[in-house]
Design a protein. Structure first.
Length: 205
């Protein structure tokens, strides 16, 4: 089952429900200032969750042979974009990666580069992506993401180098979550295939 973004999609119908509820409540309880304020806060909270929600469109990984002659996915790229056009400060995001043994927290390296014709997993950005995540930008019309780390209508690949304890062999999984300073957490389970014939694999079901 595809679990991409399952933690936040419900925010959209919830928003509509709250707006309808707010309108009905305002007409029934016209003299209730407290209720109106509660409804307004509720709607504002849902709006904040929707406008800070980042969708995960795809995740691709690459296997590398280790010193023990076992192949592991050591690099992953996560294709992301905002659910709706908004302003998201990438430096305020935290990426959480967990498996059965531990949890890893990564913050933005401050490095964002425009995509190029160079091989994706051999891009120079990987040399600067250690214990952090970086961005390979696909769409950034106003250069807000490249120059200021601000995502609005942009699309980018989050580049992550997995440390040994989180690198995946065949038929293993990790959970990746994008955690904003405010709003909804986006989570996805990444799974390697039982057998791989290519070093480049999709990690989402």
């Amino acid at each position: 089952m595809n679990t991409m973004g399952s933690t936040g999609v419900i925010a959209v119908p919830l928003l509509a429900s709250f707006l309808v509820f707010g309108a009905a409540s305002s007409s029934i309880f016209e003299n209730s200032d407290d209720l109106s304020k509660d409804v307004e806060k509720m709607v504002n909270d849902v709006m904040e969750e929707v406008t800070t929600y980042i969708t995960i469109k795809d995740v691709i990984g690459k296997y590398y042979d280790g010193k023990d002659d076992v192949s592991r996915v050591e690099k992953i790229v996560v294709l992301v974009k905002p659910l709706i056009p908004s302003v998201i400060n990438i430096s305020e995001l935290t990426i959480e990666i967990s498996n059965d043994n531990d949890v890893l927290l990564l913050h933005y390296s401050g490095k964002a580069v425009q995509s190029s014709s160079a091989a994706l997993f051999e891009h120079q950005i990987w040399d600067e992506t250690v214990n952090a995540f970086s961005l390979i930008v696909l769409i950034d019309k106003d250069r807000s993401l490249l120059d200021h780390g601000i995502m609005n209508e942009d699309m980018a690949l989050i580049a992550i180098r997995l440390p040994y304890g989180f690198a995946m062999r065949n038929d293993e999984s990790i959970t990746l979550s994008i955690i904003p300073a405010k709003g909804v957490v986006t989570s996805v389970v990444l799974e390697t295939p039982f057998f791989h014939s290519s070093n480049i694999v999709s990690l989402v079901c």
